[in-house]
Unconditional design. Structure first.
Length: 418
């Protein structure tokens, strides 16, 4: 099995950490990773994030640092920014956010005052906690008005969003989601924002790779702010990024540093430069297309097996399985646990209008970026869909789970991680 970076020093000096590291490498190698927000980075990204760049403080921005010795930090950050601009065709980019939530918080800090109104997708309908959940700082500092999906189509309803925008006059309208399987019409969000004098922030964390490859419409031309993580479909190191129009550049940069962060994680920024370089290559588009083809194959086969997929299918890298029609007594929590025993990693997820609480849920969220990185294709997706169905039908009984577990390991052995 590839160890990605040399870990021999850990092996010889710290057996406890070594054991944990080995266990995780084995777990990742021997499981089918269907968590829609995860991926396996390349050897080159792994080397960058495990490099000497982790040793360096570089508060500030290229050419304007608060520490000496930043010449190579400047080169790395400039390279990451240039590549991000080329990839997304944006006017300005800040590659320093430590995460997607940090990126979102910096936009709020730049565009809003405490108490201002944000219109965003309800978490229970596929939104994200940093878009206004009551127990998140976004929900504590701002007045949140939520839009949901239509009960029948299970897709966002622009008539409803426009009505809510006109009634509540938000300062910021957020598009983007963490569990929404359909194409997002960013232009219409921008149009509605313009109509009510709001700014539009598109959070493309989940679909950034698809957007970069031109396989999902881009919000960059019309949205004031576009935030993303770099580690999901984009397949870079863990981290965040903010793209914005030129006129927001100074404010956004100042809201990241010194506004909300200190020293940037320069090893992650070097990894971002590597990942953006990979995403600029033609093979990245082929990879993203395969993610889509795999998601469609998986959703189709799950449907053929009798499962209900929220909104009837998927346009992107993920889908939501509604467990209620076929397995009324099975919660998302049960399903996630049984599948994990079989070596299939998913996450329980609320589905629109779910009657169960978030710790139980009636749904599973499933995505294909990580399996696609391992070279799996549509036939593998059909096999995996049938395994999922077998495990769910077993109601957690050991024999079926045991049988699927050994088949999962055999498939994983044929598809090594990068
Ligand atoms: N927690 C991430 C996800 O799984 O979608 C979003 O931050």
């Amino acid at each position: 099995m590839s160890t990605a970076v040399d870990t021999s020093a850990i092996e010889s000096t710290d057996s406890k950490v070594w054991d944990i590291l080995q266990a995780e490498q084995t777990r990742q190698h021997q499981t089918i990773e269907l968590i829609a927000s995860e991926n396996h980075v390349s050897q080159a990204v792994m080397e960058a994030t495990g490099s000497v760049f982790t040793n360096k403080y570089a508060e500030g921005y290229p050419g304007r640092r608060y520490y000496g010795g930043c010449v190579n930090m400047d080169a790395a950050e400039d390279l990451a920014r240039d590549r991000a601009k080329e990839l997304f065709k944006c006017e300005h980019v800040n590659v320093q956010p430590h995460s997607g939530s940090q990126a979102n918080a910096a936009v709020y800090f730049a565009a809003l005052k405490p108490g201002d109104t944000i219109l965003s997708l309800d978490l229970a309908h596929g939104g994200h906690l940093s878009h206004g959940l009551k127990v998140n700082m976004s929900g504590m500092l701002y007045n949140i008005v939520s839009y949901g999906v239509d009960r029948k189509t299970e897709q966002v309803d622009f008539a409803e969003i426009r009505r809510l925008a006109q009634e509540n006059k938000p300062k910021l309208i957020i598009s983007g989601a963490s569990a929404y399987p359909r194409t997002i019409d960013f232009d219409t969000f921008s149009e509605i924002a313009d109509e009510v004098g709001a700014a539009h922030m598109a959070d493309i964390a989940h679909i950034a790779g698809l957007v970069a490859a031109g396989l999902h419409p881009s919000p960059v031309p019309t949205a004031a702010f576009v935030t993303t993580t770099t580690h999901k479909t984009l397949r870079g190191p863990r981290g965040g990024m903010i793209m914005c129009k030129e006129d927001w550049k100074t404010k956004i940069d100042s809201r990241i540093f010194p506004g909300s962060q200190g020293g940037p994680l320069m090893h992650a920024i070097l990894g971002k430069a590597v990942a953006f370089g990979e995403a600029l290559k033609p093979e990245f588009k082929t990879y993203q297309q395969q993610i889509l083809d795999n998601a469609k194959a998986l959703a189709d086969e799950l449907t053929t097996c009798g499962n209900r997929i929220v909104s009837g299918g998927t346009d992107n890298h993920l889908m939501l399985v509604d467990l209620r029609p076929q397995y009324p007594d099975v919660t998302g929590k049960d399903a996630e646990a049984w599948l994990e025993q079989a070596g299939i990693i998913t996450n329980k997820n609320m589905i629109p209008f779910d009657e169960r609480k978030p710790t139980l849920t009636s749904g599973l969220r499933i995505g294909t970026p990580a399996l696609t990185t391992r070279g799996m294709k549509q036939d593998d997706m059909k096999t995996i869909a049938r395994w999922i169905d077998r495990v769910l039908q077993s109601q957690g009984k050991g024999d079926a789970i045991f049988a699927v577990r050994s088949e999962v390991i055999a498939l994983c052995d044929q598809h090594p991680m990068p």
